[in-house]
Every structure is written in C-alpha cells, then in structure tokens.
Design a protein around this ligand. Structure first.
Ligand SMILES: [Zn+2]
Length: 483
C-alpha cells in the first residue's frame, strides 16, 4: 500500500510541478487550483493516516500534546515537509499538561462513568461526598448566577447541562455560589470526553462530565461520591510551521490543522484527517511552487486542551506579521463516519449561533461551497464559532474558513436525505474515543474534502481578489482597524 501511495504522489505531482523536470532555468507552470485539487488523491492521504495510527499504536494508543505520541507526530510531519523543500520550523510553546490518575462516580449504589474536564482541580484520592443539586434547565443552563436563585448549592455537587456557555463559566458560577463540585451532563449521545476548562487558572472546583442517560440517574441520586484525581503541570509542545520559498510574503495564505489527539484515543478522524489532507496538499504543492502568494502550513499542538498552540502562535506575531496573513484556512475532521458536508458559515447566512466571520470569510465559504457543488455535493453551513484553531485568527480579524464533516452533533433527516448516512445520529460517534480509528473514517468524504482543501489553497495562492476574495492592501488595513 505504501508503495502504491508513493507512485500516485509522483505521477500526480507531475501535473502541478510540470516545469520542474525541464531544467532549472525554466520556471515551473503556475499552480492551477483545479489541477492541485485533482493531484490530492485518497491513497497518499490514507497512507499519512496509517502513519499516524502506527504512531498512536506505538505510544499508548494516543497522540495527545505532551506525550511521546505527539512528539512522533511532529517529527513525521516536519520530515515529510522538509523532504519536499519547505522551510520548516517547530516553534515551542509553554502549556499545561493535564493528567487524570483516577475518575470515579458512585451514586445510588452504582458506578457511573465520569470524565474529568481538562484542568479540573483535583478532589484528592478519596473524592468528595455531597448531595446533588440539579441546575434549572433554562436558556442559560448554569451560565448565570441568577440560575441558582432560590437554590441552596453550598457544599453540593451541581448537576448542569452542557451547552450555551463554556464549561469554565459553569463551574465558576457554581463555585461562586459555594458549590463543592460540578458535573456537566452531555447534550449529545455518548460519554463526555475531551471537554476542557481552557486553562488551569480557570479551574475553581472539581468538574467532570457524564452522559445524558447517567445525568438523569444522578438527578435523583441524593448523595454521591465523586473522585477526580487530577494533576496539572507545566510542559512544552511544538507547532510545525512550513512555508513555501516562493510567493509574496506580505500576502500569506495560511492553512492549518491540529496535530494532537485527546488522551482517550488515536485521533485519526479528529484530527488525523485534517492533518493528512493539509499535508498532502503541501506535498503536491511542493516547497517552491510557481505561486503569487506564499503558502504557510501549520500543524498545531494542544488544540484539544483549548486551542493552545494556535493561540501561542498568533500571540507571538507582531502587528505587521499578522497583517501579512491574508487569510487562514482550518481543517479539523474531514472523514467522519456518518459524514456531513459542512463549511464554516463565514457570512452567517444560517443565522445560527455566532455572527459572521471577519470580512473575507464569506468569500472563503463560497469558494468551498462552489467547489463541492461542482462535485455534486450540496454543502450546509456550520456555525462560525471559533471552536477550533481559527479562533485565535478571527480574534485578530484575519478572515477564515474551512470544511468540516461533523463531530458529535447529529445529522438531520434532510441531510441524510441529500448525503446518505444515518439521520438523527452523530456525524462521528467515535469522536474523542478509542474507536477514532482509520477503520471508522469515511474515505469518500475524506477524498472530497481533501480535494477541497487543495482547491482553496490553489485559488488563494494565485489570487486573493475576485468575488470570493479577501481584503488586500489598504482594504485589509481598513477591515482590521475598525471595531
Ligand atoms: Zn479536532
């Protein structure tokens, strides 16, 4: 399989880099978006995923930030890019590792599966025993202090639904009212893994997550014993940043995918698929393509702990370096088992959740929607909520976009009708679990989305203008200066 993958790479690469073999003095053919998209084939994309799965298998079945599996993933990606002639850097950033020694929940003479949210304070080895008080199921479940008016939650374990506001806010509000701990109940099927309080300073009281079904049991349990024995310590991780040696460096097209998994699994759909599609796009583009604009690829660490790698990177940039980035494309989950075909809703045409993205995001959305339309795929929007590595970029007013095959939200009957798959079931039931493996990746979705990644990169590498363009020059300054 590996050999066939390699042959495909070479043959398809000839389309894009036709000029390379005809002598050093002759410039390469200008990159063409459609040809670049066609050159990104499923076999080499899958072979990158095989590498990542092997790395997980050799390293305690995960590739989480701060582990040997993550470091091996960095080395694999960096070497693949160096071999293609990219300038590769692996800047280090500080973050906090989070380890769970023990998590247990005993209620009504039953053991209930509980997952510590990352950066949850520890209960200590013996846990804490207290009565359970469910938070009212209103529009702001446990998000506002007034949610607890008339309830005595002092010393209690508060049971609160997931959703509307960050986990960190829920446990902060509950702790201010005197709660001893918080248990968040999932609002989707399955256990609640991979949740985070975002940073260690945010953690006020021990906070865990349970499934919806177990949440119902807990609501009537009276007294429970919750043990979340956790440890948070300083650590370092690396991002991988690789840029073409060609193209304008003050109009950079930036493309990224997070490289870390959650500790619970190998992270092949989340986010081996985004990594593999982005990496194969880089391989096919090559380090010195004939492009107008430089292309910078990023593979982020510690996304799962709260977008930490991308945040550290954006923070490290000077104002000028930020304004040199024309746009940011993000790819996080491209081959979900019950795949959706979703594009970040940059224009807020869905009028759902968060508002539109920075100026230019609407054009990026159209680029993806139009391309997949030509492949017979009718794309839906997904809320532009910044809950992946584009978050820090849109905060810096850099336009962003990307495609997404869905996580633990459910596919609607209308979507199942047009794309196939199961209605009213999660896009990826293996999300953040040990079953997030290559065997559970939808290769058709991955193939379509990988080509879409390459297409968008090819489009913007050559031309930032046009109806689907992003602001350039003085327009960019104006767009990013205003409130
Ligand atoms: Zn992800």
């Amino acid at each position: 399989m590996r050999l066939r993958g390699v042959l495909t790479v070479g043959m398809a690469g000839a389309l894009v880099l036709a000029g390379c073999s005809s002598g050093e003095d002759e410039p390469a053919e200008p990159v063409n978006a459609t040809a670049l998209a066609d050159s990104v084939r499923i076999d080499p994309v899958v072979s990158h995923l095989e590498q990542l799965e092997e790395i997980a298998a050799d390293n305690d079945d995960n590739r989480a930030a701060g582990t040997s599996g993550y470091d091996a993933s960095v080395d694999f990606v960096a070497q693949t890019l160096r071999d293609k002639g990219f300038d590769v850097e692996t800047p280090e950033f500080d973050f906090h590792r989070f380890d769970v020694k023990n998590e247990a929940l005993r209620a009504a003479d039953r053991d209930i599966e509980v997952k510590a949210l990352a950066y949850s304070p520890s209960t200590g080895p013996d846990g804490l025993t207290a009565r359970v008080v469910p938070a009212p199921k209103d529009d702001t479940p446990g998000c506002e202090a007034t949610d607890y008016d008339g309830l005595d939650i002092a010393g209690a374990v508060v049971l609160v639904d997931r959703g509307v506001c960050p986990f960190a806010d829920k446990q902060q509000v509950a702790s201010e009212r005197g709660a001893a701990a918080v248990v968040v109940v999932n609002n989707e099927e399955g256990p609640m893994t991979g949740g985070t309080l975002g940073d260690p300073d945010a953690g006020k009281v021990p906070t865990g997550g349970v499934s919806m079904a177990d949440g119902a049991t807990l609501a009537g349990a009276g007294e429970i014993t919750l043990t979340l024995e956790t440890e948070t310590e300083s650590a370092k991780a690396r991002n991988v940043i690789a840029q073409t040696t060609t193209g304008a460096t003050d109009d950079v097209v930036m493309v990224g995918a997070h490289l870390d998994s959650v500790p619970e699994g190998p992270g092949i759909n989340d986010n081996g698929t985004g990594v593999a599609a982005t990496l194969e796009t880089a391989v096919q583009l090559g380090g010195s393509p004939n492009v107008q604009n430089a292309v910078r690829f990023a593979f982020w660490g510690a996304e799962e702990l709260g977008l930490l790698g991308s945040e550290a990177y954006v923070e490290s940039l000077s104002p000028e370096q930020k304004s040199d980035i024309a746009l940011y494309l993000n790819f996080d989950m491209l081959g979900s088992e019950n795949a959706g075909y979703l594009a970040y809703d940059g224009d807020d045409s869905d009028v759902m959740g968060e508002g539109p993205g920075p100026e230019g995001s609407a054009g990026i959305e159209r680029t993806f929607v139009d391309y997949l339309q030509t492949k017979g795929v009718a794309v839906d929007g997904t809320d532009f909520d910044g809950r992946s590595d584009y978050g820090p970029f849109i905060e810096a007013k850099i336009p962003a976009g990307g495609v997404f095959s869905g996580a633990d939200d459910r596919k609607t009957p209308e979507q199942a009708e047009k794309w196939g798959g199961a209605a009213d079931a999660a896009y990826d039931k293996n999300y953040h679990s040990p079953d997030d493996t290559l065997a559970n990746v939808d290769r058709d979705a991955l193939a379509q989305n990988s080509a879409a990644v390459a297409y968008a990169v090819g489009v913007y590498a050559q031309d930032l203008g046009g109806p689907n363009g992003v602001p350039v020059g003085g327009e960019r300054e104006k767009a990013r200066a205003g409130e």
